[in-house]
Design a protein around this ligand. Structure first.
Ligand SMILES: Cc1cc2nc3c(=O)[nH]c(=O)nc-3n(C[C@H](O)[C@H](O)[C@H](O)COP(=O)(O)OP(=O)(O)OC[C@H]3O[C@@H](n4cnc5c(N)ncnc54)[C@H](O)[C@@H]3O)c2cc1C
Ligand code: SF4
Length: 508
């Protein structure tokens, strides 16, 4: 059953074998796996329970419902925008459905460097196969690539750069193009559509509008979770929820999980919790074409340029290029200027294509709890990452020019406009300073990196906390580094892996 905690009689005290915090890719998968193995499971989710009928596909309605801080979450200094989902299904409700495995060389390096006994590349391969089948992952047929993606493919072809079609977890997609604000057609094979029904069938319970505040623990073992039921509109606490459980799994995402661990004073080795956040920071270049692009129509991201994603090469480039979001409000906030200048750009909206270069980042950010419910993120790319960001921006601009853009616009202050035959090299020397150019991120990860050495890592390669019994982590926090590609498939896989370990451990 799914309950809106704000409508229950409060304070509420409940018991379960396992309490899972967060219902996104990792949490829903871990909860479902443990419930199907016979555990009584309760999931606490800070966001709302929304169905396809609620997804009206309008940005101004859906952003406040589906995103933390209505989509306005930033680092503490406002230098970087970080979009994260909130709702039963987490960020899988509004993500763009790209599915990609982490390359084997990275998995092998993790296993060796972090001593991941339970997560060898072979274990990952089996998990991927299982999860891909569950989520019905398949390559998007070429005849469904929209003009936006075709232009990226054309740019790659023209320059002789590597690229190719992407795999997605969607069935029955009608190409409405508004994936990022939830799917009205129930075409996303996401946590809400695929995992939630199985969790409920296995007897699992979900409390929506219920935000975990701290993990309760005593003498080195968890005893449960204390949480607040939230007012659905204001998100203000309306009453207490206390879950008594011998096992607790944190899956509130790579920002919430370290914040809860730190707020709860869970013991851990230095720098193992909340000190190594990676986010895949990204910059965007826009191209104006003579022909209409209608970038908002059709499936948003079906093609990638991987020419500059040289992760297996020492000192190689680390930029992954895909089409950027194309919704009207999103585009309007990205484009610079005010009044008539801004209007001039928006008048050409139908002729714009935008590319984003996300980088496999090395910089480490921090997450700290802020009060009983909040958190604070510090992140700014180091010099090497700043150089790579500008390189990725240059490569995106080059692709747009090669695809035939009449001009390329870099949405910075001041605005940079490059006409058809202009050299793009000045992009490499742009000042990358806070407030002068928008850095955005949608992939927070690696904030509680797993490792089997208990003196270095807080959590082992099964997601088990080394220092408090019965405590587990099952979300993007676990990655030992950034991955340079879409993370959801790997987080679903981790949820499966951790869910199984919890079931085996708790039933013993
Ligand atoms: C716009 C956008 C597009 C994306 N597109 C893709 C894509 O195409 N492919 C891809 O692989 N990845 C994509 N991602 C990223 C991907 O969705 C996430 O990496 C993934 O869902 C993270 O899984 P998670 O389990 O770590 O956290 P989430 O899926 O974010 O789930 C965490 C859940 O925990 C809840 N929560 C947080 N704190 C608490 C608390 N204290 N108490 C209770 N509940 C709490 C949150 O509300 C949320 O529902 C995208 C992300 C965004 C924002
Ligand atoms: S493009 Fe497809 S998956 Fe995305 S919102 Fe539209 S119908 Fe749903």
């Amino acid at each position: 059953m799914i309950f809106d905690s704000s409508r229950l009689k409060l304070p509420l005290r409940i018991k379960a074998d396992l309490c899972v915090v967060g219902s996104g890719a990792g949490g829903a998968m871990a909860a479902m796996t443990a419930a199907e193995a016979g555990l009584s499971v309760v999931v606490l989710e800070a966001g709302a329970y929304l169905t396809p009928a609620d997804m009206v596909q309008r940005e101004e309605v859906m952003f406040p419902k589906l995103y933390w801080e209505a989509g306005g979450r930033t680092t503490a200094d406002r230098g970087v925008k970080i979009h994260q989902g909130r709702g039963v299904g987490g960020s899988t409700l509004h993500n763009l459905n790209l599915c990609k495995r982490i390359p084997n060389h990275m998995l092998s390096a993790w296993a060796a460097e972090r001593k991941l006994e339970h997560l060898t590349p072979e274990v990952w391969a089996a998990l991927y196969t299982e999860v891909e089948s569950m989520l019905e992952v398949s390559r998007v047929p070429e005849d469904l690539w929209n003009r936006h993606n075709q232009l990226l493919a054309a740019g790659c072809k023209q320059l002789g750069w590597k690229g190719g079609g992407l795999e997605h977890n969607r069935t029955g997609c009608v190409g409405s193009g508004f994936c990022e604000v939830g799917c009205a057609y129930d075409a996303k094979n996401n946590a809400a559509k695929v995992l939630l029904p199985r969790l409920i069938k296995a007897g699992g319970e979900v409390l929506s509008h219920c935000q975990a505040v701290r993990v309760e623990h005593e003498k080195g073992r968890v005893t449960g979770v204390s949480a607040h039921a939230l007012n659905p509109s204001t998100h203000e606490p309306v009453g207490e929820v206390l879950v008594n459980a011998p096992a607790v799994c944190l899956a509130g995402s790579a920002t919430a999980t370290p914040a809860i661990l730190l707020r709860s004073n869970v013991p851990c080795p230095p720098q193992s919790t909340g000190d190594s956040l990676r986010i895949h920071p990204a910059l965007v270049a826009a191209g104006e074409f003579d022909e209409p692009v209608y970038a908002w129509r059709g499936i948003p991201q079906t093609y990638e340029c991987t020419e500059w994603l040289q992760l297996d090469k020492e000192g190689g480039h680390r930029s992954w290029i895909v089409p950027a979001f194309a919704h009207p409000v999103g585009t309007a906030t990205l484009l610079p200027g005010h009044g008539s200048t801004h209007q001039l750009f928006m008048r050409r909206y139908s002729h714009l294509a935008a590319l984003t270069a996300m980088i496999h980042d090395e910089s480490k950010g921090t997450v700290r709890p802020k009060g009983p419910l909040g958190l604070s993120i510090d992140y700014w790319p180091n010099e090497s990452d700043r150089r790579e960001l500008l390189f990725g921006l240059w490569a995106s601009a080059r692709l747009l020019q090669a695809a035939g853009a009449r001009r390329v616009v870099i949405p910075s202050t001041p605005l940079r406009v490059f006409e058809k035959n202009d050299s793009l090299d000045p992009i490499l020397d742009l000042p990358l300073e806070r407030g002068l150019i928008d850095i955005t991120a949608v992939h927070p990860m690696a904030s509680v990196p797993m490792g089997d050495n208990r003196t270095q890592a807080a959590v082992d390669s099964q997601g088990r906390h080394h220092h408090v019994g019965g405590l587990w982590v099952a979300d993007g926090s676990l990655f030992p580094s950034s991955i340079g590609g879409p993370p959801q498939l790997s987080i679903y896989a981790l949820g499966r892996h951790v869910g199984r370990a919890i079931a085996a451990d708790t039933k013993r």
